[in-house]
Design a protein around this ligand. Structure first.
Ligand SMILES: [Fe+2]
Length: 235
């Protein structure tokens, strides 16, 4: 896995890395995993803080991050993980939340029991009113998608892109689940959604190696798509 499109490695901005030292250790682990393309996607919830405030904070955090020696050798993309509620529609646009130089916006849905009408309506409003293409964050974390792949198929057909957290692919059943959805064309991007644990990141490196040997095509396709769609404008 060379490309990771979902991480919380900017410190001091959300519930991700808590310090410079933690970010440095996490970056060392991430690079040891073989990753070369990394997106920084801090949580953004416009219902809790104005977007301007978030953007200023993110800019400061990003400048600090770029000064780290461990950041060298990585192709970076700056984005956000938008928590999708009606609050975003109080703004004129959401372009600045997209991955650097793209119209792709990592979007987290509310954790409800069902994928309801309002959630779907909001997704389409993002497309129609803001002209962005939502990348649905960690689709594996929503039971309504895992129980009903047809829902994801409909969204993929409508042009939404789907990101999976790699932790769901661990173990026999996880691997089988990934393979099943991949074969239906429903795994577009991979991410680790790293928050804080250095130990997890180190352990994940060994797991990723084994997993990519078992699902080589899936990793190659996800890496290629990420490099083309998300990281190409950053080079
Ligand atoms: Fe996240």
């Amino acid at each position: 896995m060379r490309a990771d499109i979902h991480s919380h490695l900017l410190w001091g901005i959300d519930d991700g890395s808590g310090s410079e030292a933690q970010t440095r250790a996490l970056l060392t682990a991430v690079k040891a995993q073989g990753k070369r393309f990394l997106a920084l996607t801090p949580h953004c919830d416009p219902a809790h803080a104005p977007m301007e405030e978030f953007l200023e904070q993110r800019e400061r955090a990003y400048r600090r991050f770029l000064a780290l020696p461990e950041a060298e050798g990585l192709t970076l993309s700056l984005g956000a993980e938008l928590y999708l509620t009606d609050a975003i529609f109080n703004y004129d646009n959401a372009r600045e939340l997209c991955y650097t130089g793209t119209d792709l916006l990592l979007t987290e849905l509310q954790y409800t029991e069902r994928f309801t009408g309002p959630a779907e309506k909001r997704l389409f409003r993002l497309v129609n009113e803001f002209g962005v293409r939502p990348v649905l964050a960690h689709v594996d974390r929503y039971r309504f998608f895992m129980k009903d792949p047809a829902l994801l198929e409909e969204l993929a057909q409508a042009g939404f892109l789907l990101q999976w957290n790699i932790s769901s692919a661990m173990g026999f059943f996880g691997r089988r689940l990934f393979r099943r959805f991949y074969e239906k064309g429903l795994v577009h991007f991979l991410g680790e959604d790293i928050h804080r644990s250095v130990q997890d990141a180190e352990k994940r490196g060994r797991e990723l190696e084994k997993l990519s040997e078992r699902l080589p095509e899936l990793f190659t396709c996800a890496d290629r798509l990420a490099e083309e769609e998300i990281f190409r404008p950053c080079k």
